[in-house]
Design a protein around this ligand. Structure first.
Ligand SMILES: Nc1ncnc2c1ncn2[C@@H]1O[C@H](COP(=O)(O)OP(=O)(O)OP(=O)(O)O)[C@@H](O)[C@H]1O
Length: 710
């Protein structure tokens, strides 16, 4: 279907026409809103819209037409090549397997280039089918091997030993993504050629391999259908593991593109809040299918809109936090989801949410890609940290009425990215205003979609503008939303985050690496019930020159009110590590300022530090323990830190513990903002309460007071 807008011709693909009832309601206001404002026919929740007339030379949207794989192509048709492979075969190398291995390797490493411009997706499917028919004898032979690997006699009857060991080696080569992507690939290949691979790298090892065969699976019922594909459960016979198989409904090019994109994105990702890719299934009805984790709880949409299911604020905050964590990861991998909505988030039986459905997502393939790949595999690349640094330079202001204003200086890359014009895709209810208006956009469209989801979660309201009040410029009608859907018991910070994410101005939306810690801290605060009581003190670094001075200044600057502050990456862990979230108790220590007693305690704690290989800078002064955190806190060091606090709690009987960060900590500002946002008190250098946080935050130290009962 197409219609002409003022600016251009827009092609719209109608998706799921049967789901149109709410949108095609007689509600005149909504119809007018949808017609006049959304500029598109929305008798479906999801669209893909191509700007065919766009002549913007900066347009860099995904183009599957390019990058033909001449290598594969020439090898298929080139008789000489085949012959030479046959020669290999004579030496024990099966050419059909070689082709399959080669194709799978390439497909897993780079589906976009494997199913190419010169070869349509349908051609690629035919190609695959062709390969499959040729390899069936080989698979049979291998099946016997798989079934009776311990039965050498039987194995030898069916397939000669050379072939088996070769096959094992080649199948192993074909599968692991890491080996293909990693710089160690060549080394691994060499190792394999040298026959060093073991049986443990079998195709049946789910965690290491990603190729399944139909005869290994029991096919269950269809559990859902999207526009492009069908999802059904399958059970891996050997382990009984249930997975979901997604297959394209048709062989048309568009569906194949979506399929390829989803695999291309999924295979790169590894995060607890992102749907896990299990592998490819190659011989199911000659169709290409892929397998993902089965998520038993269904879609988030179904849960939040089923009012018979009670949802506490804590549970809702956890949903929000999980999505933010998954999205933070995706953005750190330079992936824009573009179709984030409550149907595309699935809830596990333990309540954890995973982000799914990457068919419409976009990977920014730029100079950082190598780093991104590394990071995805080991989670520790410098590109991720630099990305976070960029993001954390965001300056956030929380106004007195709870609104959040985010001012983020644009990097050169962002400015370049901002100029890009991508395809308009996604589900219109969740779609960011800039995308709806056909303007240039970037990853912040996902933050808007997330904001709409937060509104759904908070108000248990449909995203449909018939229900969720919107403004004429596609923003959120904050006033009406507050009035109609925000109950009094909803944490006001939760609402504030939702509103901030729905800001019409992308610059004002908090990045996921900002909203994630907010939501995490908020969830923990709600869980422990400390939100209202906590106070948080931040000292200016101008007061911290040396350890001694630090102590004096800190002592002088402690708020003379009842303060009990815990939070942030450290405090949350302290809380989380304690049963029932109980705070560190105030245990009297050194009732008198007995120097000898103090010295003994000092010795005890330093012995503890040595024994536990802790590198904290610790000073005991009077009855206060001062802990300076090291520059970087890795996960392990945080745990050690918790053990230190517990040790101090149990043995040193400190009246309070003051913890401060090293000035060089890069995430200081964001943690400060998080705690301001959570309602902690922040002291400015002149000891007055700060109302807003500005770039001064970069100059601040953090202080946690644990159960300081002054
Ligand atoms: N991994 C999974 N675990 C459990 N259920 C799933 C899984 N993947 C999909 N489903 C179910 O199958 C349905 C269809 O999923 P599918 O991804 O094919 O389409 P969709 O995401 O709903 O729509 P579209 O692809 O058009 O955006 C989902 O709505 C969900 O209920």
């Amino acid at each position: 279907m197409s219609f002409i807008s003022r600016e251009r011709i827009v092609y719209i693909m109608i998706v799921e026409p049967c789901s149109s009832t709410s949108l095609l309601s007689n509600n005149h206001r909504t119809q007018k809103y949808l017609k006049n404002r959304f500029h598109m026919s929305m008798n479906k929740p999801s669209i893909k819209q191509n700007n065919h007339l766009s002549t913007n030379e900066n347009r860099t949207d995904d183009d599957y037409g390019g990058g033909g794989n001449s290598e594969i192509c020439s090898k298929i048709t080139n008789g000489d090549n085949r012959k030479s492979r046959s020669n290999n075969h004579n030496r024990g190398n099966d050419p059909t397997r070689w082709w399959l291995v080669h194709f799978i390797q390439r497909f897993i490493a780079d589906p976009k280039r494997t199913l190419t411009r010169s070869r349509s997706a349908t051609d690629a499917t035919r190609f695959l089918r062709h390969i499959q028919t040729r390899i069936s004898p080989a698979i049979k032979c291998d099946s016997v091997y798989e079934e009776s690997s311990t039965n050498t006699k039987r194995r030898n009857n069916n397939c000669d030993q050379n072939q088996i060991s070769l096959y094992t080696r080649m199948r192993s080569q074909s599968v692991p993504i890491n080996s293909i992507c990693s710089p160690n690939h060549q080394l691994l290949s060499l190792q394999r050629q040298a026959g060093t691979l073991t049986r443990s790298s079998s195709v049946h090892d789910l965690h290491r391999h990603e190729v399944f065969r139909a005869n290994e699976l029991d096919f269950g019922p269809i559990i859902g259908q999207g526009f492009y594909g069908i999802a059904r459960t399958v059970t891996f016979r050997k382990t009984g593991q249930i997975m979901v198989m997604k297959e394209t409904k048709t062989f048309d090019k568009e569906a194949q593109k979506i399929f390829v994109k989803e695999v291309q994105v999924l295979k790169r990702l590894k995060h607890p809040n992102v749907l896990h890719f299990m592998g490819l299934l190659l011989d199911k009805d000659n169709q290409m299918c892929f397998l993902v984790d089965y998520i038993a709880g269904g879609t988030l949409k179904n849960i939040i809109h089923d009012l018979s299911i009670p949802l506490t604020w804590l549970q809702r905050l956890r949903y929000a936090k999980d999505i933010a964590a998954g999205m933070e990861y995706l953005h750190s991998c330079n992936i824009i989801h573009r179709d984030l909505n409550s149907s595309n988030c699935l809830v596990k039986s333990n309540g954890q949410v995973v982000v799914a459905d990457f068919g419409l997502s976009r990977i920014n393939l730029d100079e950082d890609d190598d780093y991104v790949t590394t990071q995805m595999n080991d989670g520790t690349s410098s590109s991720l940290s630099s990305f976070r640094r960029d993001q954390r330079s965001t300056s956030t202001t929380i106004t007195s009425n709870g609104n959040i204003v985010v001012v983020r200086p644009k990097t050169r890359r962002q400015i370049l990215k901002d100029r890009q014009r991508y395809t308009v895709v996604g589900s219109p209810y969740w779609m960011a205003p800039e995308m709806l208006k056909g303007q240039c956009y970037d990853e912040r469209v996902d933050i808007f979609s997330f904001g709409i989801m937060l509104c759904e979660i908070i108000g248990r309201v449909q995203a449909d503008p018939d229900y969720l009040p919107r403004t004429q410029d596609f923003g959120l009608n904050v006033h009406l939303f507050n009035q109609k859907y925000c109950s009094k018991d909803c944490p006001k910070q939760f609402i504030a985050i939702a509103i901030a994410c729905c800001d019409i101005n992308p610059d004002s939306r908090p990045a996921f690496c900002v909203s994630h810690p907010w939501l995490e801290a908020l969830a923990l605060s709600v869980e422990t019930g400390y939100l209202q009581e906590k106070k948080f003190i931040i000292m200016s670094c101008t007061k911290v020159q040396s350890t001694n001075q630090t102590i004096n200044n800190f002592s002088a600057a402690v708020l003379p009110s009842s303060t009990c502050a815990e939070g942030g990456s450290v405090g949350r862990r302290v809380l989380a590590s304690r049963p029932n979230g109980s705070i560190i108790k105030s245990i009297e220590f050194a009732k008198t300022n007995d120097d000898k007693g103090l010295q003994i305690k000092h010795d005890i704690i330093h012995q503890f530090l040595r024994e536990h290989n802790l590198s904290w800078s610790i000073t005991l002064h009077m009855n206060i323990l001062y802990v300076q955190l090291p520059k970087e806190l890795c996960a392990g060091s945080k745990e050690k830190f918790v053990s230190l606090l517990e040790f101090a709690d149990d043995t040193l009987h400190c009246k309070k513990v003051i913890i401060y960060f090293n000035k060089a900590r890069s995430d200081r500002a964001i943690v400060v903002k998080t705690f301001m946002f959570l309602g902690f008190h922040v002291l400015s250098p002149d000891n007055t309460l700060m109302q807003t946080i500005d770039k001064q935050a970069e100059e601040l130290y953090m202080v946690y007071l644990i159960d300081g009962d002054e």
